[in-house]
Design a binder for this molecule. Structure first.
Ligand SMILES: Nc1ncnc2c1ncn2[C@@H]1O[C@H](COP(=O)(O)OP(=O)(O)OP(=O)(O)O)[C@@H](O)[C@H]1O
Length: 252
């Protein structure tokens, strides 16, 4: 299996406070790695580092076998297109002053996609995120949370990335909508072979979507491996605590 994204011994401190320590993982093409832990466990710090929005104090991150922090200029711009973020709040991904169509077309222009293909590509993206094509005329404020998150996903996959970093991407949604959006991610993965780094505090969400899991507690990886193995037979007390507090996806 091809490793599309990996981290080795990553550490990040903020003013002497260690938020993430010795973190390592491998994410394979077409698979989902869940990163789970309570608030403050270092999940978003890890997400920001692999998006190259934050510099680690130690360790390396490789995208497609290339050191992400060694890249400059054009190769860096190419790498940034290969890894895209789906944030918790779609308002951070969508421009409120543009229609859905313009939000997507903005991405196409950035990717220098030929103008003649824009309408077909917009329709294709709306189909992929299970929205009807007339949403192209909608404004972000007219969308429900679930619809807005689907458009944010469409925007993120517009350039056919290899990796999506989903940082609490369903946490703000109602439980029933959560299940639908998780299924959309799973369908996309089957269609596109995109790999997901899925960050969530909610073990039910991680259990639903992840092939592999990494459990973080105060910046330390307490457990990692196949989701069914780790959750089926947790070896660490912290994982057992998370399991005991777990909700159920799709059930309010
Ligand atoms: N820019 C920063 N400056 C100082 N401390 C920070 C900064 N960003 C995060 N931290 C601290 O680092 C720790 C990890 O934060 P991080 O946001 O990565 O955790 P998290 O697991 O994503 O939590 P949440 O789910 O609440 O977002 C926390 O204690 C947080 O207060």
């Amino acid at each position: 299996m091809t490793v599309v994204l990996s981290a080795h011994g990553v550490r990040k401190t903020y003013s002497g406070f260690t938020a993430l320590d010795d973190c390592s993982f491998e994410l394979h093409a077409g698979r989902t790695l869940g990163v789970v832990g309570e608030s403050g466990s270092g999940k978003s710090t890890l997400g920001r580092i692999v998006m190259r929005l934050l510099q680690p104090d130690a360790g390396t991150v490789e995208l497609g076998g290339t050191d992400l922090f060694g890249l400059r200029a054009t190769p860096l711009r190419t790498a940034r297109r290969r890894i895209q973020l789906v944030p918790q709040d779609p308002r951070h991904a969508l421009n409120p002053a543009m229609t859905v169509g313009d939000n997507l077309r903005f991405q196409f222009a950035a990717q220098r996609l030929p103008r003649a293909t824009w309408t077909a590509r917009t329709n294709e993206l709306l189909d992929q995120v299970a929205l009807t094509r007339d949403y192209v005329h909608a404004w972000p404020y007219e969308l429900s949370g679930g619809q807005a998150q689907r458009i944010a996903i469409a925007r993120a996959i517009a350039g056919r990335p290899d990796v999506l970093v989903c940082d609490e991407a369903v946490s703000a949604l109602d439980k029933s909508v959560q299940a639908q959006v998780l299924n959309t991610f799973a369908d996309l993965q089957k269609e596109m072979g995109v790999a997901l780094l899925f960050i969530s505090h909610d073990l039910a969400v991680i259990d639903h979507i992840s092939d592999d899991v990494l459990v973080l507690n105060r910046g330390i990886t307490v457990e990692s491996g196949r989701t069914r193995d780790v959750l089926g037979d947790p070896q660490d007390a912290y994982t057992r605590e998370l399991l005991a507090a777990r909700s159920v996806v799709g059930v309010p």
